[in-house]
Write a protein that binds this ligand. Structure first.
Ligand code: ADP
Ligand code: MG
Length: 137
């Protein structure tokens, strides 16, 4: 079975919609195999989003991702990566389909409530960024 990483981003935690998001994950058939609240340091956020470091939104993204607590949720399911991307919807909530997490909760293209891994390989790597193997159940 595949693994993928959800991060409930600072806007989601500040709006207190983490319970709704977690319910949507389990209703969609994902198994939660690890979960933790943390507050990313600038160095951690920069490392996590290194792939975007040349993008114009990078500095704002780091400020936003370090502006509050986040909840990392490690998920497991058949076809987890693609199914989870479908459940969260497009990066920009204005383009996200009805019923998706971002359509329901996201405020903007930046403050879009959740992170999602973009490939099976990155799903494994990103779960490993937040969780040691012994913390996954
Ligand atoms: P996704 O999270 O859908 O995989 P990306 O990997 O392209 O999207 O971007 C990572 C994150 O950077 C987005 O979730 C969002 O928070 C932020 N972001 C992406 N594009 C923009 C943009 N044009 N303006 C502001 N923030 C952006
Ligand atoms: Mg991405």
């Amino acid at each position: 079975m595949e693994r993928t990483l959800c991060i409930i981003k600072p806007d989601g935690v500040k709006k207190n919609v983490q319970g709704h998001i977690i319910q949507m994950l389990t209703d969609a058939g994902f198994d939660i195999i690890g979960m933790k609240m943390t507050h990313l340091s600038s160095a951690q956020a920069k490392s996590f989003y290194e792939v975007h470091k040349e993008r114009p939104f990078y500095n704002d993204l780091i400020s936003y991702m370090t502006s509050g607590n986040v909840i990392a949720v490690a998920l497991k399911k058949d076809n987890a990566v693609a199914d989870y991307r479908k459940l969260i919807g497009a990066t920009d909530p204005a383009e996200a389909e009805d019923g998706t997490i971002r359509k329901k909760f996201a405020a903007s293209k930046q403050e879009n409530s959740v992170h999602g891994s973009d490939s099976v390989e990155n799903g494994k790597i990103e779960v490993g960024f937040f969780f040691a193997e012994c913390e996954l159940y």
